[in-house]
Design a protein around this ligand. Structure first.
Ligand SMILES: Cc1ncc(COP(=O)(O)O)c(C=O)c1O
Length: 395
């Protein structure tokens, strides 16, 4: 079996937690979800967490809470998963794409500043690969424009000692199958506003004012009655996923510590190649969750083929999303368009073995040693006229 790029770390503890819920007779939205919300909010450092079934749903709800609508603009980075922009499109608003910082691959703050208009209703920074964006700089640029953090990669990441998703308007987290805290699928919003929390809990459950568990547990009469003042989606978390999440939350620090150590070993090994750019390291201000290990590497596609031939999977995170046809496929963000040809994600998951780490290092080192020294791999300059991307049709 190939060495995967990502792989969840599951133990007997998660298995037993699921078995307990299955035997309990309550597997939907219920007490485990409420317990997870309480513990996750405490972990992140916000008053509330509202658990949903994905980060995509969390981002969608966050924009609903801000009443983002047709005619509004929301600033998003282009180097991200499509969810970050799709949630804007769901509201019939316009995603405005910004370029990336060439080193961190997070938003380019000066481009954010340039793209703010009178119609901007929110900014959604992505903590790319788990590394926090410079939140103080962003807050200064945003002024009173709300910030929704896309923390999908960043559970466990800290900026100036505070957990991401705790110091802006809303944080949106992913607990999808291969995220740092994995449940299969799941997500959460973190926030401090009581009214937003209450509205959000209604909106994740079709607009109904009380969940079935709340009614059954609390009301002695008319327990079956509920009010629906606003139309919502059905996107709540369930107790099976929440039970896995509770165990993963307990293990998170240890799992993230392993990620950091894997990153350290890769970076140490690749530092001998001066044409490879390794991820920016942690310091007192920026503490990454190390979700992705993104190397900037010349001859990226040949390297990926070389790795695949040795049973090592690699990934690319991401095709800049303004290049997808649904967003126009027009070149306009030169850093992202140029960097896209060089980025490669190497295997990064807590249970990777020592020998697998060595295989990854040998794979990369072997490729460049066999192909010559760094002098024949100059880093391409930002293209003057970047091309649109032709997407291959599936066979
Ligand atoms: C940056 C980013 N935002 C949002 C999402 C969406 O997360 P989910 O799959 O939980 O909807 C992802 C998923 O990979 C992501 O990488």
């Amino acid at each position: 079996m190939a060495i995967q790029v990502f792989k969840p770390s599951m133990t007997e503890e998660e298995v037993n937690a699921v078995a307990e819920v299955l035997r309990s007779g309550w597997i939907g939205l219920g007490p485990k979800t409420a317990e997870f919300e309480k513990k996750f909010a405490a972990y992140v450092g916000t008053k509330h967490a509202v658990a949903v079934n994905s980060c995509t749903a969390a981002l969608d709800l966050a924009l609903k809470l801000l009443d983002v609508n047709h005619g509004h603009e929301v600033i998003v980075p282009t180097m991200t998963f499509v969810s970050t922009a799709h949630c804007v499109a769901y509201r019939l608003a316009t995603p405005v794409f910004v370029d990336v910082d060439p080193h961190t691959l997070c938003m380019d703050m000066e481009d954010v500043r340039r793209k703010i208009t009178g119609r901007t209703r929110a900014i959604i920074p992505v903590h790319y690969a788990g590394r926090p964006v410079d939140l103080d700089a962003l807050k200064e640029i945003a002024g009173d424009i709300p910030i929704i953090e896309d923390c999908a990669h960043a559970t466990g990441a800290r900026y100036k000692g505070q957990h991401v998703g705790s110091t802006t308007d809303i944080g949106c987290f992913s607990f999808q199958a291969v995220k740092n805290l994995a449940m299969g699928d799941g997500g959460a919003l973190t926030l401090n506003d009581d009214l937003w929390q209450q509205r959000c809990k209604r909106l994740r459950w079709l607009g109904i004012d009380k969940g079935t568990w709340d009614r059954t547990a609390a009301d002695k009469s008319y327990w079956w009655q509920y009010a629906v003042e606003e139309v919502g989606l059905k996107c709540h978390l369930n107790d099976i996923a929440a039970a896995i999440g509770l165990v993963q939350l307990r293990r998170l620090q240890d799992l993230n510590g392993k990620r950091k150590e894997i990153a350290r070993r890769y970076t140490e090994a690749f530092s001998k190649f001066d044409f490879l750019e390794t991820p920016v390291e942690d310091d007192a201000t920026f503490q990454s969750a190390w979700h992705i290990y993104c190397l900037k590497a010349p001859q990226r596609d040949d390297l990926c083929t070389h790795m695949a031939e040795r049973g090592i999977a690699t990934g690319v995170h991401y095709t800049p999303i303004h290049l997808y046809s649904c967003y126009g496929n027009k070149p306009q963000l030169p850093q992202a368009e140029s960097l896209f040809t060089r980025i490669v994600s190497l295997p990064m998951f807590p249970d990777i073995s020592d020998s697998e780490i060595e295989q990854v290092i040998d794979g990369v080192s072997g490729f460049y040693s066999a192909n010559g020294s760094g002098t024949i791999f100059p880093m391409p300059k930002v293209a003057d006229e970047p091309a649109t991307i032709e997407f291959k049709k599936a066979a």
